[in-house]
Ligand binder design. Structure first.
Ligand SMILES: *Cc1c(COP(=O)(O)O)cnc(C)c1O
Length: 393
């Protein structure tokens, strides 16, 4: 787009940098696997890179390219690499930035599969990893080794909502020549811009906030510099974790309302957190917006709002958790987050039911812990829903 850089909310609506030949305000879905060449010379110059254009959708596609342009704009990065899922982003990053004999330091409370694929599979190729609580910088400092190449941060962490100072952590990494990667799924660029804070790579499961309607699985990587972009893009292409044009179209549509969706949901989240904090069947509530949260001040400084995810502990433990699950009527019983609909989950009886007591304790998963992803419904309905479910405990 040739006009000067727009504000964030305007960029959500106009940031795709796509001008349709027929004047459509929406990016069309180029549902094609391949693109025809005008003649032999045209084909030759596309392949040699002398001319910009489209060859094959796994490499580039106009609909997917518009989404990449848009999210790179939102994150203030050099370029975006759209992928088929958040895990597609994780593995593209691991493969591109780590080689045999390299070491990665990561937040301990990362999205489960991000850690298990590293410990079970990338370790088979000689990649080492150390998992620490990155909210405490000393833990990062102590874990640095001569072969450390990547610092991988997820903040706020799930379900503890621990917050890592991205500016300080990436400054520390930079001093040691380490690349900082941030999983920004829990915030989206509306709430947090890691590249502006010093990180080198940011990625999203766009399944969550960016798409926001629980109807797409998708991911994206944005890099600050061209060099890392040029490393990662061919890996996405050659591993075949590319996005589909229709998926890209839906995410572009979802992104248009990102700001208003999150603002509304986090207003709801604040009220629900306060309601739960005062409920006599609730032991504790973790929400960065509460003054009681240990990283409340850092959240205020680093984030543009406190997000829409909260967790709380029921005094009645496992049994109470199941009763709440069986009695909520507005919140949907499901995993995932960041959509317009409110979701509730009880890890001890659901996602973590097969996990050992020791691992659960390490991850901060207690028997009465409930995860709540706040949507944009009427907050009175959400509170009344929790109220009647808690009454049954
Ligand atoms: C969901 C999620 C992922 C994985 O994304 P998929 O789109 O499900 O592959 C990674 N990180 C975080 C924080 C997530 O919530």
């Amino acid at each position: 787009m040739s006009r000067k850089k727009l504000g964030f909310e305007s960029t959500l609506i106009h940031g795709e940098g796509f001008e349709d030949v027929y004047g459509s305000p929406n990016v069309p879905i180029y549902q094609t696997s391949t693109f025809t060449f005008k003649n032999a010379d045209h084909g030759a110059s596309l392949f040699s890179g002398d001319e910009e254009g489209y060859i094959y959708t796994r490499l580039r596609n106009p609909t997917i390219g518009s989404l990449e342009h848009l999210v790179a704009n939102l994150e203030n990065g050099y370029g975006g690499i759209a992928v088929s899922s958040g895990m597609g982003a994780v593995n593209t990053i691991y493969m591109g930035l780590l080689s045999q004999g390299d070491h990665m330091i990561s937040s301990a409370a990362v999205y489960g599969p991000s850690r298990s694929v590293m410990e079970k599979h990338w370790s088979r190729f000689g990649v080492e990893s150390t998992y620490v609580n990155t909210a405490n910088l000393e833990n990062i400092q102590k874990a640095i080794k001569p072969n450390t190449k990547v610092l991988y941060i997820e903040t706020p962490a799930n379900p503890t909502m621990d917050i890592t100072d991205i500016r300080e952590a990436s400054a520390l990494a930079k001093k040691h020549g380490i690349i900082t990667v941030v999983d920004n799924t829990f915030c989206s660029p509306h709430l947090q811009k890691p590249l502006d804070l010093g990180a080198d790579v940011v990625f999203h499961s766009m399944t969550k906030f960016l798409n926001g309607h629980a109807d797409v699985v998708a991911g994206i990587i944005v890099t600050k510099e061209k060099a890392i972009y040029d490393t990662l893009r061919p890996i996405m292409v050659n591993m075949g974790v590319n996005m589909d044009p229709h998926q890209a179209y839906l995410v572009i549509r979802g992104i248009k309302t990102l700001g208003v969706r999150i603002d509304r949901a986090q207003e709801n989240a604040m009220q629900i957190a306060e309601y739960l904090e005062n409920h006599d069947k609730v032991d504790w509530v973790t929400y960065p917006g509460l003054a009681s949260h240990p990283h409340h001040e850092l959240a205020k400084k680093q984030m543009n709002g406190f997000g829409t995810m909260l967790s709380f502990g029921l005094k009645g433990g496992f049994k109470a958790g199941k009763i709440v699950m069986d009695n909520v009527e507005v919140a949907l019983l499901a995993v995932s987050l960041g959509g317009v609909e409110t979701l509730i989950q009880h890890p001890a009886s659901m996602t973590h039911s097969k996990v050992s007591a020791e691992s659960k304790q390490k991850a901060g998963i207690t028997d009465g812990l409930v995860r709540y992803s706040v949507g944009i419904e009427n907050v009175e309905d959400l509170i009344a829903d929790l109220d009647q479910a808690l009454d049954k405990v």
